[in-house]
Design a protein around this ligand. Sequence first.
Ligand SMILES: C[S@@+](CC[C@H](N)C(=O)[O-])C[C@H]1O[C@@H](n2cnc3c(N)ncnc32)[C@H](O)[C@@H]1O
Length: 281
Amino acid sequence: MLSYRHGFHAGNFADVLKHTVLVHILEYMKQKDKALRIVDTHAGAGVYKLNGPQAQKNREFDTGIGPLWNCSDAPPAIAKYLEAVRAVNEQGQLQIYPGSPLLMQTLMRSQDRLFLHELHPNDFQFLRDCMRDDKHVKVLNEDGFAGLQALLPPPDRRALVLLDPSYEVKNDYQHLVKQVIQAHNRFQTGTFAIWYPVVLRQRIDEMELALKKSGITNIQLMEFGLLPDNPEHGMTSSGMIVINPPWTLWSAMEETLPWLVEQLSEDQAGFYRLEQLVAEK
Ligand SMILES: C[S@@+](CC[C@H](N)C(=O)[O-])C[C@H]1O[C@@H](n2cnc3c(N)ncnc32)[C@H](O)[C@@H]1O
């Protein structure tokens, strides 16, 4: 079942947090010269037109990148993210929103390699067009979880993995945890960034518990919601769980998360969480 199309959600509040965290981690990892293997298990179409029919349907970017676009006093992690989004928009107008593949392609260095997985046939074609035969990027029309296992451990012992499934079926939450544990067993020092939506809080509680019990150490969680939990409102908040985060991520999020609540949640009804789920060894 592949009914999810990221184009309807591009640039929403969940993308803002996910891509801010992603940019922060990538910039940190680039401080060492050694080549990075970057893996996106669920890549989407790569880039989205915000004036196109999908993005215009619910205009989710109006409570995401939209109100932040002209900010000049954002916390440093958001400023870096905005710089990356601005780099793919010409003439200072917010017209296109870069998905994780385009953000990473824009920011990676010549020694790095990017592996993108996308199963949806249309989005796979868009993604291929977006990457324009870049010889540093591999675009695969394959299951991202299976692809990930085959790519670990990386030759240079450095990897950043984004796991961003669409959670279309209930079982996806458990499946993701199993796949993360397997990938971590293959490469324990990799940085794994997992995105999750909060639709039913219980599913996230279970996912956190499974990760806590997994034996994996050094796990941080950062979450930001527009509204308190309410199973009747669809996705009210979303977060990132990062295994082996850069040491700088925590303080960056201490500044970023309250600022996001202030900027994006109406009447300050939102909230955030920043937690060390499992301590470093
Ligand atoms: C949330 S979107 C990805 C968004 C993207 N990572 C970004 O941040 O711009 C999830 C994507 O995963 C794709 N997908 C679903 N199941 C998949 C699988 N098993 N392997 C690879 N891609 C899959 C969907 O078609 C969808 O395009």
